[in-house]
Design a protein around this ligand. Sequence first.
Ligand code: 3HC
Length: 391
Amino acid sequence: MDAKARIKKIAVLGAGLMGHGIAEVCAMAGYEVAMRDIKQEFLDKGMSMIKDSLVKMESKGKLKEPANTILGRIKPVLSLEEAVKDADLIIEAIPEIFDLKVQTFKECDRFAKRDCIFTSNTSTMSITELSKATERPDRFAGLHFFNPPVLMKLVEVIRGEKTSNEVMDLLVDFVKSIGKVPVRVEKDVPGFIANRVTAPSSVLLLGIIEKGVATPEEVDAKMKSMGQPMGPFELMDYVGIDTQYHILQYYEKTIGPDYKPPEFLEEMVKTGKLGAKSGKGWYDWSKGRPEIDLSKASEKINPMDFMFVEINEAVKLVEMGVATPQDIDTALKLGYNRPFGPFEIAKNLSDVEISARLEELAKFYGKKIFEPAKTLKEGKLSELLKKFGYE
Ligand code: 3HC
């Protein structure tokens, strides 16, 4: 299905961290974009971030057209009706508050054309539940971008219970048309693929702080020295502490109590330590990205522990039929710019080794989510990998 023939105008709802980047990427690919937010100052900030980013890329010769031509395709608007009334595709990127999203989609349903496709950039929430706010659950799907959208290649295309095959195929083509790599998420589970696989490692990270095993900088220095582009606490700041907090609350409700956000995280949100966007989180961002002192890399941290909990979650996703191991590896590599996916690492390990360490972690941190998946417990990891063509 040819997305460029079917989609001309796009409404991006929200001009924040994700919304502005999504609008920018769509305009770069030639689409007309209405970017909507509820206050003029939010729109002004979003437009200025887009301009800065385009000018940066233009100065490096990375744009096919002048920055101003691309900028001219983005219209900042305050009225929801004006933004969506002639849109062929809506991409919602408003705060991660379920009721707010439901309310917004209800209004969109009133104003948008009948054949307009609705999508949500939610990090975690059920696409099926969100689609119920509308009369068009067959034309409703998830379109999950990664921060910063302009640089990150992955977009997860998530099927809700009623999403039609036609809409899934069209969105996959749309993602390709904006120069990104689509991964099909065939079952609507909390966190989808990339965020779900890393969910238990967020719990492990916060457990490390809670138990005083190491400091954020000691962890980040260790993980950066192992080849990750950002330390995990730096990344939490980059994504937003409030976003991370809302994500954990959602997992607590939908997956289980092990995901309950610790009190110190709630305190950070209450005191406005939201990470890069507020200038302070785990780090001070007032002068730009924090300098992480790699000499602080802590031997108290075993980087393999993060791999083990992620491999475990990835195996659970395959068991649930959410995605193939190949798509999970692609999602983790392109969603987080990592050199390897969990199955590419797992193929060099044994079930016994992974399971033994997972049991220890489950006990030490008191978290059932770290307990080994059925396939690992039964010693069937290599069988599973072989089935999917891993050598
Ligand atoms: N627009 C244009 N250019 C940008 C930019 C932007 N918004 N942001 C950064 N750049 C450019 C920089 O100017 C720099 O250009 P140069 O190499 O020509 O000087 C280049 O990108 C690299 O930037 P930096 O030197 O600042 O730093 P890095 O080499 O570390 O790259 C990064 C930046 C690509 C963000 C890298 O750190 C990275 O991959 N980090 C991990 C990001 C990640 O994991 N994102 C996923 C988060 S989870 C998520 O979004 C899901 C959600 O649901 C929560």
